[in-house]
Design a protein around this ligand. Structure first.
Ligand SMILES: *[C@@H]1O[C@H](CO)[C@@H](O)[C@H](O)[C@H]1NC(C)=O
Ligand SMILES: *[C@@H]1O[C@H](CO)[C@@H](O)[C@H](O)[C@H]1NC(C)=O
Ligand SMILES: *[C@@H]1O[C@H](CO)[C@@H](O)[C@H](O)[C@H]1NC(C)=O
Ligand SMILES: *[C@@H]1O[C@H](CO)[C@@H](O)[C@H](O)[C@H]1NC(C)=O
Ligand SMILES: *[C@@H]1O[C@H](CO)[C@@H](O)[C@H](O)[C@H]1NC(C)=O
Ligand SMILES: *[C@@H]1O[C@H](CO)[C@@H](O)[C@H](O)[C@H]1NC(C)=O
Ligand SMILES: *[C@@H]1O[C@H](CO)[C@@H](O)[C@H](O)[C@H]1NC(C)=O
Ligand SMILES: *[C@@H]1O[C@H](CO)[C@@H](O)[C@H](O)[C@H]1NC(C)=O
Ligand SMILES: *[C@@H]1O[C@H](CO)[C@@H](O)[C@H](O)[C@H]1NC(C)=O
Ligand SMILES: *[C@@H]1O[C@H](CO)[C@@H](O)[C@H](O)[C@H]1NC(C)=O
Ligand SMILES: *[C@@H]1O[C@H](CO)[C@@H](O)[C@H](O)[C@H]1NC(C)=O
Length: 434
């Protein structure tokens, strides 16, 4: 059944991809091929033994089974989460000791709904108060099998509605992993971001299927697909994301990253940032390639969000500004959009509604060498007559932003852009507003 479902989904994706490709071929007469990682991924020798993870099977905590099986089969083994078994995890698991090990997840791993325990014990990563149910790291770790990780998010969506400072765990914490592949896997009902990739290098994500909606009136918020942080040489590809926040987000010190062949629905786009949130800190995001993306029902496609040069508060859980750093060598290439509010959104006034204040205190975080090209489709019309906005806080901190071959209109046929403090001669769009 699961296999059949996967096949059907692949077929659906393929037909979608082919139509995307056909359109681009007609538009550009140029082949659309997957891109290679910035640096080759290290080899992963075959595993020599297999261990199965027992489960209590009664909803009580299985974390000790997982950790003891990992210790038994670490250094060259494969551990299997059996099909048709549900594993309950009620303890924060530190899995950063892994070496040359595979986790084959066939069944379901579900995190307990004990919000008091998790707020007290989940792993804290400092940046944006991020916490994770577990942390998985080490050297040469592959996680696959097509099974499910379920974050039991509903109880968190409801609690967050009551208390904005609730520390909601991230479903998957890839922390300090050097070499590995993640996927295929299904990720469901994350309390907030689905995946944090921090302090990691040489990791390939392939075939991640993300979905999970709230069944109450309290929305599932901040459900980013991926957030990369202090990480390099990461590939994210061939994945389907149904969520309500960034499909993929490049947070501080994300370098040499490829995101390709993605189907994103309901998201806030593929975002650089937000950056510059923390006063005096230096955030670097460079060498990013976003390629062959289909974006549906989203607020944005290509997005770069930078806080202003001075600290400000937008709301209780969203405050910051005054950071330093640079965004450079960013390419968005081959994108199809449908019902997206902004095809392109570049701002140096993130987290702040007062543009006068942003211009008075220009961002200390520069944006340069940005290439956004080959996009077609239709916006939602929400920003009519505009379909894009490229607003810098000063021309001194925004250079070499190139936009070309964009065939995007609103449902009513308009195609205007707000362009401020930016070299319009490099933008092959109608900068008629702003
Ligand atoms: C939490 O999970 C337990 C055990 O699965 C269940 O009995 C209880 O109803 C759940 N509580 C909430 C608030 O969902
Ligand atoms: C990453 O590594 C740094 C330096 O070793 C450490 O301080 C930090 O806690 C680690 N984790 C994250 C999420 O940054
Ligand atoms: C995050 O932590 C800071 C202090 O480091 C605190 O002021 C802020 O309210 C926290 N935000 C949330 C959402 O918990
Ligand atoms: C583009 O991405 C889609 C998935 O959204 C995939 O099915 C298709 O094969 C990709 N095209 C190429 C040429 O890789
Ligand atoms: C796509 O996103 C929209 C808007 O959030 C949502 O209503 C719809 O159910 C999503 N589609 C799928 C297949 O999840
Ligand atoms: C990011 O990199 C810059 C430049 O190397 C460094 O100054 C800064 O401390 C790093 N930030 C984090 C959060 O690691
Ligand atoms: C800039 O990014 C591109 C991919 O879009 C990459 O091929 C190139 O090597 C990067 N430039 C540098 C200087 O790393
Ligand atoms: C976009 O949203 C509409 C309305 O919710 C839904 O019918 C459609 O299936 C969504 N598109 C995708 C690709 O999920
Ligand atoms: C916006 O910022 C300017 C400059 O700092 C300030 O004078 C003005 O009062 C602010 N406007 C609002 C509505 O806060
Ligand atoms: C950051 O920008 C502000 C306002 O533009 C400026 O006053 C301040 O000196 C800058 N700080 C640094 C460290 O560059
Ligand atoms: C700008 O608008 C004009 C008139 O509406 C149109 O002919 C032209 O194709 C548009 N240019 C671009 C780059 O969209």
């Amino acid at each position: 059944m699961k296999f059949l479902h996967a096949l059907t989904q692949t077929a659906a994706l393929l037909s979608l991809g082919l139509s995307v490709e056909g359109k681009f071929n007609r538009a550009r007469n140029e082949a659309c091929k997957p891109k290679h990682p910035f640096h080759p991924l290290p080899p992963s020798p075959p595993r020599k033994r297999t261990c199965h993870v027992p489960s209590n099977g009664d909803g009580t905590d299985d974390a000790h089974h997982v950790l003891s099986t990992l210790r038994k089969c670490n250094n060259g083994g494969k551990i299997v989460f059996d099909e048709d078994k549900e594993y309950t995890i009620g303890t924060a698991m530190d899995m950063t000791f892994l070496r040359h090990v595979d986790l084959e997840i066939l069944g379901t791993i579900k995190f307990s709904n004990d919000t008091d325990y998790w707020q007290e014990n989940s792993f804290r990563h400092g940046f944006q108060n991020a916490t994770t149910f577990f942390q998985l790291g080490g050297v040469d770790v592959n996680v696959y099998g097509g099974g499910t990780l379920d974050g039991n998010g509903q109880v968190w969506y409801d609690l967050f509605h009551e208390e904005a400072l609730t520390l909601r765990p991230i479903l998957v914490g890839i922390i300090g992993l050097k070499g590995g592949t993640i996927g295929p896997l299904k990720l469901r009902y994350s309390p907030q971001w689905y995946q944090l990739v921090a302090n990691s290098t040489d990791v390939l994500f392939d075939g991640i299927d993300i979905s999970g909606y709230s069944s109450s009136e309290n929305e599932a918020k901040n459900t980013d697909g991926w957030d990369t942080y202090r990480s390099s040489n990461i590939v994210i590809q061939n994945s389907v994301v149904n969520n309500g926040d960034d499909c993929v987000s490049f947070k501080p010190n994300s370098t040499d990253i490829i995101v390709q062949n993605m189907h994103c629905n309901g998201s806030h786009g593929i975002s650089v940032g937000s950056l510059g949130q923390y006063k005096g800190e230096v955030d670097i995001v460079k060498n990013i390639l976003v390629y062959n993306i289909s974006m549906y029902n989203a607020s944005d496609m290509a997005r770069i969000k930078v806080w202003p040069g001075v600290a400000s508060a937008m709301s209780e859980d969203l405050q910051g500004g005054g950071g330093l750093g640079a965004v450079s060598n960013i390419t968005y290439d081959k994108m199809y959009i449908d019902n997206v509010d902004w095809a392109i959104e570049v701002t140096q006034c993130y987290g702040q509604k007062n543009q006068t204040l942003c211009n008075q205190f220009p961002s200390n975080l520069t944006i340069s060498d940005v290439h956004i090209k080959n996009m077609w489709g239709t916006t939602s019309g929400k920003r009519d007559p505009n379909v894009g906005t490229i607003v810098c806080s000063s021309p001194d901190v925004c250079k070499d932003i190139h936009v070309s071959n964009i065939d995007v209109t609103s449902p009513s046929g308009t195609d205007d852009y707000i362009c401020t403090n930016v070299d319009e001669s490099l933008l092959d769009v109608n900068c008629s507003s702003g």
